[in-house]
Write a protein that binds this ligand. Structure first.
Ligand SMILES: [Zn+2]
Length: 280
């Protein structure tokens, strides 16, 4: 069954703005009731995608429409594995843009999850990219290669020109493939969630579905796991899509927050799904 996609015009902007990743952008209306179509550029052939929007624009998914009953109480936790193209020197100095303990926690708790990975992250941590991308618990989606802004202003991120957008996205897919990741889905999250019509048009040839969110976890630069957990637990409703981070230096309490969020949402009758299932 295909659920309709909600047209959301007012995302919750609770919590601090996530630098470079995750605050509410200026939502563009999404197409409604999209039929699935074969993934044009996916290595994961079973992942549903949305039909292109008007003018062939890249479609945008934010959350699933709620269906009746507990069986439909699904929620997708998504984790942005951020690393910007110019952060290599910081990684060399010891800054950790990965978060293996978080991934292990998701495995222990058996939480199917979608990791929105930058190509630069996959280059820095190829073994982890492969491990995540060959574990059926996870799917890897595209978070650009460079983590630069696809529309501006966007939390101070350097801007990528329209002519370079498609190349940047394809470069990230190539980095996943080079790392050996196989569970790659044709979804794309704009860095910072920032996009406009120009960006949606520029990415149309990539055949991706853009994925936003309706619940901001506030995990970026947070120091209080309870506050993050409370914000998520207060925001989730059936069909929700939660944005969190898999970048230890910028989101140090995410693992701890997940340990609190997961059992509580299960107690409330929620089932965790990957974005590809949420989109069905
Ligand atoms: Zn990001």
């Amino acid at each position: 069954m295909i659920r309709s996609v909600l047209r959301i015009t007012g995302l919750t902007a609770a919590g601090a703005a996530l630098v470079g990743c995750g605050a509410s952008g200026s939502p563009v209306s999404a197409p409604t009731s999209p039929p699935p179509r074969p993934a044009a550029s996916a290595t994961h052939e079973t992942a549903p995608t949305m039909a292109p929007g008007p003018g062939g624009h890249t479609p945008v998914f934010m959350r699933a429409a709620a269906a009746e009953g507990d069986a439909a109480k699904t929620v997708a936790l998504t984790f942005d594995a951020d690393m910007t193209a110019d952060q290599g020197p910081r990684a060399e100095r010891g800054e950790r843009f990965d978060n293996p303990a978080l991934i292990e926690t998701l495995r222990t708790l058996k939480v199917p999850s979608t990791v929105f990975m930058t190509g630069r992250w996959a280059e820095e941590y190829p073994a982890q990219a492969k491990a995540i991308g060959t574990d059926s618990l996870f799917e890897i989606a595209n978070h650009s290669y460079s983590h630069h802004a696809f529309s501006s202003p966007c939390y101070g991120l350097p801007e990528i020109g329209a002519k370079d957008m498609l190349t940047d996205v394809r470069r990230a897919f190539a980095a996943f493939e080079k790392a050996g990741a196989r569970n790659v889905v044709p979804y794309f999250r704009f860095p910072g969630g920032c996009y406009d019509d120009t960006a949606l048009r520029a990415l149309a040839p990539a055949g991706v579905t853009a994925v936003q969110w309706d619940v901001v976890s506030g995990d970026a630069f947070a120091s209080d796991a309870d506050a993050v957990a409370e914000q998520v637990l207060g925001g989730v409703r059936p069909g929700s899509l939660v944005v969190m981070h898999c970048t230890r230096s910028a989101a140090p309490v995410t693992q701890e927050a997940v340990r609190r969020i997961v059992p509580e949402l299960r107690r409330r009758g929620y089932r965790f799904v990957k974005v590809s299932e949420l989109m069905r």
